[in-house]
Design a protein around this ligand. Structure first.
Ligand SMILES: [Zn+2]
Length: 259
């Protein structure tokens, strides 16, 4: 460094002014809606016990999630493949008292990446356990979710889908916010899936340390990157994890320019 010409009091040239990553923005929007309803936010670790990740949620040993779609790091540990598995730790810590929790975590699946899916993604799950919960409560919570991530009053619907840990279980669709008559993003259907929800089975409730004859449990979850794709019209959600500042520039990050 040339000591004669350097002036350490001068500001740096065009320093990068960062901004919050869109994944954090969506997570905060959801937390802001659910924390007033009594939900506590939990960040989950990357690793999960394979029994909680698979077996206690009803995935048999021969299920593809167990055999080839997940990254195991040992006989009993797996890189979390969904945040639903985090419900057991939360439930066991709270039982027999009621609990409401939002579970947030990075998840991993050993699948070929595509513009609509990635090997790594962020999931958010909500779980509530207390006496007397039912479908009206699940629908009320999903209404709050759609309000928070899309828009107040935005049309949404349930499609019954079979999951091993819910009875009944549903996929949650919203009217595609990017088209009126079908587009590439919604594959021409006019509806886009944003997540899933349902009533947890008695087996799951019991594995969480509760008596199924005393409480009911509702659960819902969504892929955060997919929500961002819907909100902002991203054509390739893999761009969200590229660590490329050009993406953040589109969400408010910028180079500060001195006059
Ligand atoms: Zn569409």
């Amino acid at each position: 460094m040339d000591g004669d010409s350097a002036d350490p009091t001068m500001p740096a040239v065009n320093p990068w002014i960062g901004c919050r990553h869109p994944i954090d923005v969506v997570l905060d929007d959801i937390a802001e809606a659910f924390v007033p309803l009594g939900f506590a936010v939990h960040d989950l670790p990357l690793l999960e016990h394979s029994v909680d990740n698979f077996d206690r949620l009803g995935f048999p040993p021969e299920h593809p999630n167990q055999t080839r779609l997940s990254f195991r790091v040992g006989p009993d540990a797996v890189f979390r493949s969904h945040t639903t598995s985090g419900c057991f730790g939360i439930m066991r810590a709270a039982a027999p008292e009621p609990v409401r929790a939002l579970l947030i975590g990075s998840c991993f699946r050993n699948e070929a990446p595509s513009p609509a899916s990635n090997v790594q993604f962020t999931q958010l799950d909500g779980v509530a356990v207390q006496p007397g919960l039912g479908m009206p409560d699940l629908c009320g919570l999903l209404e709050v979710l759609v309000d928070a991530v899309i828009a107040h009053g935005h049309p949404w619907r349930l499609r019954q889908v079979r999951y091993p840990f819910t009875a009944p279980g549903f996929a949650v669709d919203v009217r595609c916010p990017r088209c009126t008559n079908g587009c590439q993003f919604c594959r021409g259907r006019g509806w886009a899936e944003i997540g899933a929800g349902g009533l947890l089975t008695d087996d799951v409730i019991a594995a969480g340390g509760y008596r199924p004859d005393e409480v009911r449990a509702v659960s819902f979850g969504c892929s955060v990157e997919r929500l961002i794709g819907l909100r902002h019209g991203l054509d390739d959600i893999r761009e969200l994890l590229l660590n490329d500042p050009r993406l953040l520039e589109q969400f408010g990050g910028r180079h500060h320019r001195y006059p």
